[in-house]
Write a protein that binds this ligand. Structure first.
Ligand SMILES: Cc1cc2nc3c(=O)[nH]c(=O)nc-3n(C[C@H](O)[C@H](O)[C@H](O)COP(=O)(O)OP(=O)(O)OC[C@H]3O[C@@H](n4cnc5c(N)ncnc54)[C@H](O)[C@@H]3O)c2cc1C
Length: 328
């Protein structure tokens, strides 16, 4: 019995080979090039089981020596206490540099400033400053006594203390922006107000991010714009998150995951291959800093960091012990 499709005749295969473009493989990382800088995003856990999962993820990724690790702030500030608890535990129990996400939606300037002051007093020096979205799908309305946009929040935070501030950037343009150019102006305002870098919204079409960097540069933005990488193994979940944030989910990606809903093992391999290709393409284009949306899972992020050339530090096993010893 033959499974040969009509297209797989030797003649057709030969014709396809002869008529196809010759595509070079992605170049390997230069032998002595420094490993890229990486950072990780976590979300604050809701339950004890999720807390255990988060901390096993943190312990696995900690030896990779990230520049910082950030903890998200639930819609409308709904996780204020849990975000604070996770960030301050990171300060107390790890050698990592935590960054607390902070949004201004639905809160007065005084309330936001108080949250920021609590972070400063707890030793947190890095804030990811965001406008946030209303918890319902209602159109955004600034709080009558609040910061109106993230740029105002950045300026306000700088008045509270000399925080290191990151802001959000949108390679495929924020959904509520008047235009792509207006969105870039907004990014520039956030940086001019005191932010040191931007972290990008997740994207799957790598070319969209590279085009965005060119446009940002043309608009006079020279601060680092770190690509936000989401290694996707739960496609349905990633699609939901992506679409909420206005990220384009390409057809080729849906096709790769099609029919794999019940096959977690293969999904994991497909996910690793997609993310590896994405980061290697970015690296080949000169990108040397990456932010991973970990979704509180270490495995894919760890593997992709490895592919980028990041290795666990040799003294990693004693990280925590050293920090404890420092306190004695
Ligand atoms: C890296 C990253 C991390 C995130 N973390 C969180 C989180 O922890 N918690 C959370 O709730 N959300 C988070 N978000 C989502 C974010 O809150 C939403 O995308 C939100 O809709 C916009 O926030 P922003 O800080 O980009 O807002 P802004 O920079 O204020 O921009 C919002 C919109 O307003 C427009 N705009 C800005 N200024 C003006 C102006 N003066 N006049 C007219 N239009 C203007 C902009 O072009 C844009 O369309 C994150 C997003 C990213 C990319």
């Amino acid at each position: 019995m033959s499974h040969e499709s009509p297209r797989a005749t030797p003649q057709a295969s030969l014709e396809r080979w002869l008529s196809s473009p010759r595509i070079e493989p992605l170049p390997p990382r230069a032998p002595r090039a420094p490993a890229p800088a990486i950072s990780f995003e976590f979300f604050p856990p809701k339950t004890e089981a999720l807390e255990t999962q988060l901390w096993s993820c943190i312990r696995r990724l900690e030896p990779l020596g990230p520049q910082f690790v950030s903890v998200t702030y639930g819609a409308g500030g709904s996780t204020q206490e849990r975000t604070h608890a996770t960030v301050t535990r990171l300060v107390r129990e790890t050698v990592l540099t935590p960054a607390a996400h902070l949004t201004c939606v639905g809160a007065s300037r005084g309330e936001v400033d108080d949250v920021a002051r609590r972070y400063w007093d707890a030793g947190v020096r890095h804030i990811v400053a965001l406008r946030g979205d209303p918890p319902s799908k209602a159109p955004y309305q600034p709080h009558p006594e609040g910061y109106e946009y993230a740029a105002d929040l950045v300026a306000g935070l700088k008045r509270v203390a000399d925080f290191d501030i990151s802001v959000a950037a949108y390679p495929e343009t924020h959904a509520q922006a008047a235009s792509a150019a207006a969105d870039l102006d907004n990014l520039k305002r956030k940086l001019d107000a005191g932010a040191s870098r931007a972290i990008s919204q997740v994207f799957f079409e790598t070319g969209n991010f590279l085009d965005f960097l060119d446009r940002a540069l043309a608009a006079g933005i020279t601060a680092p714009i770190i690509p936000g990488i989401m290694p996707v193994s739960n496609f349905a979940q990633a699609k939901r998150i992506s679409e909420m944030g206005g990220t384009y989910v390409p057809g080729w990606m849906a096709e790769m995951f099609d029919g794999l809903d019940e096959d977690a093992e293969t999904r994991q391999m497909v996910a690793a291959s997609i993310a590896a290709e994405q980061v290697r393409t970015l690296q080949a284009n000169g990108i040397d800093e990456f932010h991973f949306y970990t979704l509180n899972r270490a495995d894919l992020t760890y593997a992709i960091a490895r592919i980028l050339g990041v290795k666990a530090r040799e003294d990693s096993a004693s990280f925590f012990e050293k920090k404890e010893a420092k306190k004695l």
